[in-house]
Design a protein around this ligand. Sequence first.
Ligand code: M6R
Length: 613
Amino acid sequence: MCGIMGYVGPGDAAPVVVDGLRRLEYRGYDSAGIAVLSDGAIKVAKAAGKLARLEELLEIAPVSGSVGIGHTRWATHGPPNDLNAHPHTDPSGRFVVVHNGIIENFHELRTELTAAGQTFTSDTDTEILVHLVALEYDGDLADAVRKAVARARGAYALVVMTAEEPDKIVAVRKTSPMVIGIGENETFLASDIPAVLHRTRRFKLIEDGEMVIITQAGAVIETIDGDPVDRDELVVDWDPGQAERGGYDHFMLKEIHEQPNAISETLQGRLETDGDVVLDGVDLTDEFVDNLPAVWLTACGTAYHAALVGKRLLERTLAVPVMIEYAHELRYSDPRILPGSLMIAVSQSGETADTLAAARLAKQKGARLMAITNVVGSSLAREADDVLYTRAGPEIAVASTKAYLTQLIALHLLALHLGQRRGTVDLELAIQLESNLAELPTAAQRVLEMEEQVIESAQTLADNFDNGVDDVYFIGRDLDYAVATEGSLKLKEISYLHSEAMPAGELKHGTLALITEGMPVIVVLTQTHVYEKTLSALQEVKARGAHVTAVVYEDDELIAEFADVVLRIPRVADLIAPVLAIIPLQLLAYHSARILGHDIDQPRNLAKSVTVE
Ligand code: M6R
């Protein structure tokens, strides 16, 4: 995810901006650059690679000025090279921008501007914006930016400077986050608070659809239509550790709360308005897609649980057999992988040794390898024929949360993309899924707001533990079972409670013997076609005195009779439900571990990336 910095003040902007970019490095990037206003002219320095390369350039050819902007870029349109690095200037060199996000009507605008005689020096969508601003400029930068963004569709945090008005920076936000830092006689812009927290503790948050004009004297916020906005200041009193964790007590909680934004990032630029799904990095021919004999999925741990959801999605949308195998099992088996099959390896890190070995085996057998991964340039990404990046941003906590959720989104996009190309996805379903996907960031935010009920359930688990009961059972059917497997893993890895997930129909084949008075049972109940079946299993555990926590849709009226704690999620298409149903279970694991006093971000015996067998 790109990072943005801006500064207006009495000091030299260049070191302030570079320092801010360094504090945004955790977001991941592949090039960096800055622009400063100096003696009525714009000076730009930018380079592919890490900040050290930019700093080398600045040492050879220093730039300085009291107004500056900077950017760390994570490539989307065009490769990560010097030309595509931000900032971008217009042909006159009098206007300069940095941008985070994706302009969806990029091709349309570029074609129009090219036909009108404009020339471009990069492959980026961002360069379009600076051309538009320069063309619209008529003595008022804010007005020109307003007119330019009115022509652009998509998501952006856009920051603009011009040599014509050398005392200010203008920024607009649509979806991509940005904050204002208020100092003594100096003002900052940044993608997030930790970038400038060592310089000021006073902030104003910029909301979606707002414009901000910063000068040395402070910030003026307006709606994009020009109406004034009165925003209270936020005084941030985080200690250095909290600052690193964005104010949260643990990285895991921060990452859980980052999920609405992570979903937006995964979706950005991939859902077209005409219903198509465009997947950058996926290059399958029609012949391959039409003649697919089978799809395989392989992964470990949480990524395997995402793949379990993927299996169901792909089966329903592609009408081909979809096989799934743990990577550590697959690599030592003799799988009947037919040449021309698609092997999808799912791995947050892209470095898991077993997943890499299973992926290589599939390639040897003639499968085409697709990676679903979060890490650009990881081993898996390099070895794969196609890569679908999840764009979750760096995940620090060992217990995976936002990486899992974005893997689900990537699998949804893939299922829709392939299903539409094969003509096997029902149009009505495709339209419903696409509109549900687009609404997921808001729906996920609503689920995060139910933390209080989750804490009630977590307290029961912790109390049970104090009374000598340290078992928990997760049940569900179909996609609810897939969610249960991940809920169970989350709980066991950080709370150290013994937890097992099973299809609800499996209970009476053995495990029911362990259900006694007060035993916690967590049930996921979102799949309409098996709802009543799961309810029967629930009655069986309830009859034996189990303490039941249920994850259901918000309009479920039946459940109150059967469950002790009810965790409600917004109603969506059943196929989408796993994306929302897992969130309360992540919170349940987090709060159980917190109440029990465990090391949440680094649970015992576990590593973030398992690069050995
Ligand atoms: O990097 P990967 O996704 O390949 O890692 C696979 C598993 O080790 C990982 O998902 C693990 O299960 C999670 N950290 C658990 O939360």
